[in-house]
Design a protein. Structure first.
Length: 326
């Protein structure tokens, strides 16, 4: 009881004291407005072969992604993509934390791997206990001693303790992890074989704030939700408290990429309206740039304080876009 009271008191203090994460959610739903100074695409480099959307940047500023065969690739400053190594198993997901890359191998027996930027496997963790018969793992984030994993196939969030190797599933089939809205691309809904609008799937986007305190997640068609990571990593909290801790943080359009900077500034690739969006500690939703190339976006990462790197499927294939921030 004292621990629960302490948690609620801590949340209250944070809600009254923090800048970015304290504003009432009503402020987050102000309409997007054009930025006073727009962003600009400074390079557009076509690449051979298709890639997945797992773009990530390590602490040294090196950018990595996965191709559709699950091979680890690096992105040069010129936008060219090259294979890092042939020795890794095929990966389905990729992220970074400090100097390490972290990846999840393909089904049917996925494992979490800690990988050096040269492609050497440093550690591996079985994930069998986190899987449901319908599981399709869709996003990965790592901070300190925990890995956070989204499951799009059997919608849920999972947390793996990297010290013990023990993991748990949470929020199974909760509305916050379930796709319930039509996925819109370039102003039109994506239709299924039955000619009805498709949702774009269940939870597929996952980001952590710089301190690892807040986990943000959403299905591709939104909205964006937030939960305190202690509700998932501390076994003393009950399922009811976890559900009570979910906050619908912001309504979002259909997205092709989501990233959160070290100063807790969100950048979103809006495929519905072909735009690059952002909002930060001032909670002012900004449209940084509108460009038709964003309609086919599949991932985004932060290269440095003034540059984003995105992957987008254009009419002639996949391209790497470098974007200068205002």
């Amino acid at each position: 009881m004292m621990k629960q009271l302490s948690f609620r008191l801590t949340c209250t203090l944070m809600l009254t004291g923090a800048l970015m994460f304290a504003a009432p959610s009503a402020f987050a739903d102000r309409p997007w407005q054009n930025a006073p100074s727009p962003a600009s695409i400074i390079s557009d480099t076509p690449i051979s072969g298709a890639i997945q959307g797992s773009l990530t940047t390590n602490s040294s500023g090196k950018i990595f992604l996965l191709n559709t065969q699950g091979a680890l690739m690096s992105v040069g400053s010129d936008g060219k993509v090259s294979r890092v190594t042939d020795s890794l198993p095929a990966l389905a997901l990729l992220t970074s934390e400090q100097d390490s890359l972290w990846g999840i191998t393909n089904a049917p027996t996925p494992e979490l791997l800690q990988i050096s930027d040269s492609g050497e496997i440093l550690q591996h963790f079985p994930l069998k206990t986190l899987l449901d018969v319908k599981s399709h793992l869709s996003a990965l984030q790592v901070h300190a001693d925990h890995a956070f994993i989204a499951d799009e196939g059997a919608p849920a969030l999972s947390v793996l303790d990297l010290k013990t190797g023990i993991g748990h599933r949470f929020l199974g089939y909760d509305p916050s992890v379930t796709g319930r809205r039509p996925f819109i691309r370039a102003g039109a809904p994506i239709l299924g074989p039955d000619h009805l609008p498709k949702t774009g799937g269940n939870v597929q986007m996952l980001v952590l704030d710089s301190k690892g305190q807040w986990l943000f997640y959403q299905p591709p068609a939104g909205p964006l939700y937030r939960i305190d990571t202690s509700l998932l990593t501390d076994p003393d909290f009950s399922p009811v408290e976890q559900l009570d801790g979910i906050v619908e943080w912001r309504d979002t359009p259909s997205l092709g990429g989501l990233v959160l900077s070290s100063d807790n500034h969100f950048f979103m690739l809006d495929v519905a309206n072909e735009a690059l969006l952002s909002f930060g500690s001032d909670r002012i939703p900004l449209k940084l740039l509108t460009d038709p190339r964003f309609a086919g976006s599949v991932g985004i990462t932060i290269a440095d304080a003034k540059t984003l790197v995105a992957a987008a499927n254009e009419s002639d294939g996949m391209h790497i876009l470098r974007i200068a921030l205002p």
